[in-house]
Design a protein around this ligand. Structure first.
Ligand code: SF4
Length: 801
């Protein structure tokens, strides 16, 4: 029998490791990492190997389109053809749109989106006319941080990890979640680099660190403000960068608390032109952001102080610099105070702030834990963005680099934008305003000055608002949901409301590789081909953490035949779109990737894959010196004009999570543990629970618990415990895993646990051990700017079963 080696790319996490898969008669027989892939350099983890060898052979895979034959969730299905599925779904969509308009249809996509899924999902929605596209991950994982960087810098960033001397890993355990990235951290350490870890749990990553800050989940914002406090009070900041490239010298009015604008002092002055206090002239002077210079020569901008300014109407007011306001903001957060809030000793806070500020260049690698702590999630991103800037670690070799994508030439536009009125009707856009098309367009106006060609992609519907809209809580009712590669019964907070909402839909269509707890509630379920080995793929830019990935093109070829009639997500959207009369000129994924690559001179995807496969755009440093930043002031906005305009706090702040020992002490007495977030080592999100080699590594859901806490609860390793939270009357159960690296007041339950082999009547055990049964998606508890949900840092009670 003939064997062939296929060069492909793992989709098991965001690292995209290169894979050499040996295939015999269309089936995988062995796998190894591809040493020629410049990012992964031959690395593959256990999950990647399991996906390559087992996923296409898994008997749990869906193989044919299914139509519901019983009641919702009853588990009765009738196999149908793709043609019947597309025809019937299209007919129902037409009827719903005819009655309620296109925004009554939602499109929900996986957060670890491949290029084909992202493009096709967004194209389908745009051609349909609905603005209600959402992912579970958008506001809870990276999109959140990315949007905050966009409004602070005019760009999102990633670590130049290969050249850093100090890596801060905050709320993240790449040793488990991004093992290939962890290897780079080890290499940096071997070169003499420093590592600072901020984590409630002594993870494998923490064990590598020079300094470990074991903080209380939910307190990161206070800790970051304390770092800023130390860095400013000990004069460790980069004065030149802060004075010339941050809006630190800009004046803020004491009477309104708003930035002083040129129109305040001159009748026909600019509404988005800002003033500084010129120490030479002893008066306020405007900075022309278009020309990137002061309106007058020889200006010496004051960094600190309070100054009298005459307004155009003749009134005299007091103004202070942004820097002065920042100092006032961080003054209540000296390490001694934050020790009480964060549980980190004051001396360690000082030591970490000093190490980060003085070991340059430095990287800051944030985990998603901070994006899901409710109220102050986005303010953590703001404080982190300010830390990167005031230490001079932006846009420099070894620091945080600005993302341009691997090429500005590649085609990526999914189709004509909708009207501003339609975008304004996006569910959640009026509440979480920094996740709106309006906010992205406002930023785009300034980003264009530094060459941006498309607006920030961080906008869309908010899942918590979507569920409530389906349940009739307004502003209008979503009636149909097309859910692709997404499992909100596990991945969204507050499972109870998700189930109620999904059951209340007039039409739920799920395209997935498995019959998930979400798929069980659908009207139609269609079988997906995986992105791992069963289709061609082109990644045009990767994800967050590593700069190199985000600047790279990576291709992978189809290596095995998808099971049964499984179709790629691109072909799903294309087929359904065409049944609705939409224009989809590409026959399949490969044709689409070929179209994307055409402007770069490739005649087809195959040509790129055979001749190139990996291509990385080389780094460019210190571009800000020529073009400034893509913000209203053309500088790093420590004080954000955009946040001010949208009615949010323009400076980083901190507030306690919705439930916490300090905000709700009475609840803390009842629920005495604080929850950290951790996904099981060998799985990704809620996926792959049925793969034999991964099940062999971990068969049961675990809650990590300190041995002292276990003793008090009278439980030992492997015992089952019942978990409850103040957010619901439901409970779940997990097994105890003792971990002496945890604070005894903190527990870490596994995320995303379900039981594929349990029957549909129990919806595959979705209520048994799924931590999101206990979490909270109340919009009142979400971060008001972007809507980061309160999934982490909730209070928990544990009892022996
Ligand atoms: S799961 Fe992630 S780290 Fe593991 S092989 Fe795949 S891409 Fe690489």
């Amino acid at each position: 029998m003939s064997q062939e080696i296929r060069k492909t790319t793992c989709h098991g996490c965001t690292r995209r490791c290169g894979v050499l898969l040996t295939v015999e008669n269309g089936k995988p027989v062995s796998v190894k990492g591809d040493p020629s892939q410049p990012l992964s350099r031959g690395f593959m983890c256990a999950r990647g190997r399991a996906l390559a060898l087992e996923l296409s052979q898994d008997p749990h895979r869906l193989t044919t389109p299914l139509k519901r034959a019983g009641k919702r969730g009853e588990g009765k299905w009738q196999p149908i053809s793709w043609e019947q599925a597309f025809t019937e779904i299209a007919e129902k969509l037409r009827s719903i749109i005819g009655e309620s308009g296109p925004e009554a249809v939602g499109v929900s996509l996986d957060s670890m989106i491949s290029t084909g899924l992202s493009f096709s999902g967004n194209r389908f929605a745009r051609l349909l006319g609905t603005p209600n596209v959402f992912t579970m991950g958008g506001q809870t994982c990276y999109g959140n941080s990315g949007q905050i960087e966009m409004l602070t810098y005019g760009h999102d960033t990633a670590c130049d990890r290969a050249n850093s001397r100090c890596t801060v890993i905050w709320g993240c355990n790449p040793a488990w979640s991004k093992p290939e990235f962890f290897r780079y951290i080890k290499e940096s350490k071997a070169r003499g680099g420093k590592v600072i870890a901020v984590d409630p749990c002594e993870t494998e990553t923490v064990k590598l660190a020079d300094l470990w800050l074991q903080n209380r989940p939910g307190s990161s914002g206070a800790l970051m403000l304390s770092w800023i406090n130390v860095i400013i009070s000990e004069d460790l900041f980069d004065r030149e960068f802060v004075t010339n490239w941050c809006n630190a010298p800009n004046l803020v009015r004491r009477d309104t608390g708003k930035l002083l604008r040129e129109r305040d002092v001159i009748e026909d002055g600019g509404a988005e032109t800002f003033l500084v206090w010129d120490e030479t002239r002893g008066r306020a002077v405007a900075y022309d952001a278009d020309a990137m210079r002061y309106r007058e020569d020889g200006v010496r901008a004051a960094l600190r102080g309070s100054f009298p300014v005459m307004l155009a109407d003749g009134r005299k007011i007091e103004c202070v610099t942004v820097w002065e306001r920042l100092i006032e903001r961080v003054a209540p957060y000296p390490p001694e105070t934050v020790e009480r809030i964060s549980w980190v000793p004051a001396e360690k806070i000082r030591e970490a702030a000093r190490m980060y500020a003085t070991t340059r260049p430095g990287n800051f690698f944030p985990g998603f834990a901070m994006d899901v702590i409710g109220f102050s999630a986005n303010q953590c991103g703001r404080a982190r963005s300010v830390l990167n800037a005031i230490t001079g670690n932006l846009d420099v070799r070894g620091g945080q680099l600005f993302l341009d994508g691997p090429s500005t030439e590649v085609r990526n536009d999914p189709g004509p934008m909708l009207s501003p009125e339609t975008y304004a009707r996006t569910l959640g856009a009026d509440r979480f305003r920094m996740w709106s098309w309006e906010a992205s367009m406002k930023m785009f106006k300034f980003q264009k000055r530094i060459g941006a060609k498309i607006p920030s992609p961080f906008y869309g519907a908010h899942s918590a608002v979507v569920w409530r809209s389906i349940l009739g809580e307004g502003p209008y009712r979503m009636r149909a949901l097309i859910n692709v590669a997404n499992n909100p019964m596990l991945s969204a907070g507050h499972t109870e409301i998700v189930e109620k909402a999904l059951k209340a839909l007039d039409l739920l269509v799920v395209q997935d590789i498995y019959m998930t707890p979400t798929a069980e509630l659908a009207d139609y379920v269609t079988p997906a081909a995986t992105d791992d080995t069963e289709c061609a793929r082109l990644y045009t830019g990767g994800y967050c953490s590593g700069w190199l990935e985000t600047q790279s093109f990576l291709s992978g070829e189809q290596a095995v035949t998808p099971p049964g009639e499984a179709k790629t997500d691109f072909c799903f959207f294309r087929g359904l779109g065409m049944a609705l009369g939409q224009d989809w000129p590409w026959e399949n994924d490969e044709a689409f990737y070929g179209w994307q690559l055409e402007p770069l001179g490739y005649s087809s995807f195959k040509e790129f894959h055979d001749e190139v496969q990996w291509s990385i755009r080389p780094p460019k440093y210190e571009r800000y010196k020529e073009r400034g930043f893509g913000t209203p002031s053309r500088k790093v906005e420590i004080y954000s004009m955009i946040l001010e305009d949208f009615g949010y706090d323009p400076l980083p702040n901190y507030c306690e999570p919705p439930y916490s020992p300090f905000r709700t002490p009475e609840l803390y007495r009842e629920y005495p543990f604080i929850m950290g977030a951790m996904r099981p080592r060998h799985f990704y999100q809620s996926g792959y629970r049925s793969l034999p080699s991964l099940k062999a590594r971990q068969a049961l859901p675990q809650v990590r618990l300190h041995p002292d806490a276990a003793r008090k609860l009278n439980v030992k390793e492997g015992d089952w415990v019942r978990l409850s939270s103040p957010s619901t009357t439901r409970t779940i159960e997990m097994t105890v895993h003792l971990d002496s690296g945890l604070d005894p007041r903190v527990v870490y339950p596994d995320y995303g646990w379900w039981y594929p082999d349990l029957p549909a009547s129990e919806n595959h055990g979705v209520w048994k051990s799924n931590i999101n049964v206990l979490t909270d998606d109340d919009p009142e508890h979400c971060c008001p700017m972007i809507g980061g949900t309160f999934l982490n840092a909730n209070l928990l009670r544990l009892e022996k079963v």
